[in-house]
Write a protein that binds this ligand. Structure first.
Ligand SMILES: [Zn+2]
Length: 562
């Protein structure tokens, strides 16, 4: 009896506390479809915010006591609320800078590209170099554009244009001449000069490290240009509902730009910067990135991550694969690091407490990466390291369960899994049907218990997380509407797709106690969408609009009319 009484008092006590009038919240969002991304993936109708933090999550009725005379109340009339999005692999500054130069992103034909280059050159008569990027490999046979096309539109000045994937550049004759790149120039160890098959002359495309043969002549971007690029990127990111970004490859100049923005109060996203590690320098890089980590750290900027490029891309056969590319003799691409060097580098970086972020595309690069991370774990002991592998384009099935067993996060770019021409024309033919079954195996990694987080790789592809969420569940290009899915086995469900851009992104950034879900006590990083993603056709998700973005309760974006 006494025990029952005590239990009753306990219950009553809790109830009394719950019904005590709370201090009114500063902001209450109510009558919404709030998908919280908490552990139970529960839904709510209202969220209260005070001092930048979430103070209430529950029904609209239960939110009423949180509304006082000073409370700003936003009636959402059914609109959706989500935690603000995370992008786990993005290049904000270089993407922003590219958008301000000769921007070729989204152009659909060769003619449009050449016209844009000509117009840009005419509009910038004083520019010593015509530089920019965003052209699609698929617009040119073999992803191989010719210098003579550029010579026709810009004969007098050097031109340097990055492909949208960042692994090729297209240059004109003037640029090659200035750099002294001729028939006699040898390919660098991790790069390729494309050549005219008849004459052996450089034809205008440079792959991977060969980009630097010309790129080293480009004037460095100024601090002001980097700051402008960042500003543009943040505006776009916030408009797409993003408030957490893992910068995928940061130079010191870029860290300076982030730090300056943070000091000025204009860094409207949480940034984890992955410090670029040069694979050719290997262990010699460890002291340098440690120094950078010590130097750059502020309220919204963390530098605990390092980035290693393990290989290139499949389309141009610079990705490192286990079996040869079909139709190219014994060509298997080339890894940037041999296994022993990779293991030594990963072990040293892991020992220093870095989170290791690896670009790995080919099945050999992915296996080498997992082997290196496994070696680090064996040498240093298991810890909560949250190393992650970005892209994971082609994998051998036995490596899929290793993400779970090694505690390595699979950092996918789901927008790429759409069966476009990059896949059907440039990738699958060189792999054959059997290996092509294992391209972007997101569902298989999830089924094997691995943690998946998602990113855009902007400016490689759209910065809008809704594009990635849609393709993750449809496996179709968003512009194409409903229809048959490419590789339907690897599609995932909407809750997993949203989690990849929210709570699992937070986990990847070690901020899951602070953001990534809508729970009492967490920061009010929130977005309002114009429609409930669970109530529309999957092929319409990309058309949903972010109306409002809050970072720590402060508005960083509001759509006109909201
Ligand atoms: Zn990237």
């Amino acid at each position: 009896m006494r025990r029952i009484l005590a239990a009753l008092i306990g219950i009553l006590g809790v109830r009394a506390a719950a019904f005590a009038a709370p201090v009114p919240a500063q902001l209450v969002l109510t009558n919404g479809a709030v998908y919280t991304l908490d552990g139970a993936r529960s839904w709510a109708e209202a969220v209260g915010v005070s001092g930048g933090r979430i103070v209430f999550v529950g029904t609209a009725a239960a939110a009423k006591p949180w509304i006082g005379p000073q409370t700003k109340v936003v009636d959402l009339s059914g609109k959706m609320v989500l935690p603000a999005f995370h992008d786990s692999h993005v290049h904000p500054i270089s993407g922003g800078v590219e958008a301000m130069e000769c921007d070729l992103n989204g152009l659909a034909t060769r003619e449009q590209v050449l016209e844009a280059v000509g117009k840009y050159a005419a509009a910038h008569p004083k520019a010593k170099w015509i530089r920019g990027g965003g052209w699609e490999l698929t617009l040119f046979p073999g992803g191989n554009p010719s210098k003579t096309l550029l010579d026709r539109v810009v004969p007098d000045r050097p031109v340097y244009l990055s492909a949208t994937d960042g692994h090729s550049v297209w240059v004109n004759s003037k640029a090659l001449a200035l750099a002294g790149v001729t028939k006699a120039t040898l390919d660098p160890p991790h790069g390729r000069i494309e050549r005219d098959p008849a004459t052996g002359e450089p034809s205008g495309a440079l792959r991977e490290d060969a980009e630097e043969l010309v790129g080293k002549l480009l004037p460095a971007h100024t601090a002001a240009e980097l700051a402008e690029g960042l500003k543009l990127a943040l505006l776009r990111a916030n408009a797409f509902g993003l408030t957490s970004l893992q910068e995928a490859s940061a130079s010191e100049e870029e860290l300076q730009a982030y730090a300056a923005a943070d000091a000025a109060g204009t860094l409207t996203a949480r940034v984890v910067a992955s410090l670029y590690v040069d694979p050719d320098k290997g262990l010699a890089e460890v002291a340098r990135v440690k120094a950078l980590r010590g130097k750059y750290r502020s309220r919204r900027l963390r530098t605990d991550s390092v980035k290693i490029f393990a290989d290139g891309v499949l389309e141009t056969r610079t990705a490192s694969v286990l079996e040869p590319y079909i139709g190219y003799g014994d060509d298997r691409g080339k890894p940037n690091l041999e296994p022993a060097a990779f293991k030594a580098l990963a072990t040293a970086l892991d020992r220093e407490g870095f989170q290791i972020h690896v670009h790995a595309i080919g099945d050999r690069a992915i296996r080498d990466t997992l082997d290196a991370l496994e070696a680090a774990r064996k040498a240093n002991g298991a810890r909560d390291a949250r190393h992650h592998v970005a892209h994971i384009e082609l994998i051998e099935p036995p490596d899929i369960p290793r993400f779970r067993t090694l505690g390595v996060i699979a950092n996918f770019q789901p927008l790429w899994a759409n069966g476009d021409r990059y896949i059907t024309e440039m990738t699958e033919p060189t792999l054959g049907p059997e290996r092509s079954r294992w391209i972007y195996p997101i569902a298989s990694v999830i089924a094997a218990g691995g943690v998946t987080a998602f990113g855009s790789d902007w400016s490689v592809s759209s910065l809008n997380p809704l594009d990635g969420i849609e393709v993750a569940i449809t496996h179709r290009e968003p512009s194409k509407g409903p229809g048959p899915a490419w590789l339907p086995e690897e599609r995932i469900a909407l809750p997993d797709a949203i989690a990849g851009y929210t709570i699992r992104g937070a986990y990847l950034d070690f901020t899951e106690k602070e953001t990534g879900s809508i729970e009492t006590g967490k920061a009010a990083d929130l977005i309002v969408l114009d429609r409930n993603l669970f109530e529309i056709a999957p092929s319409e998700i990309h058309g949903a609009k972010v109306l409002w973005t809050l970072l720590e309760g402060k508005e960083v974006y509001r759509a006109t009319g909201f």
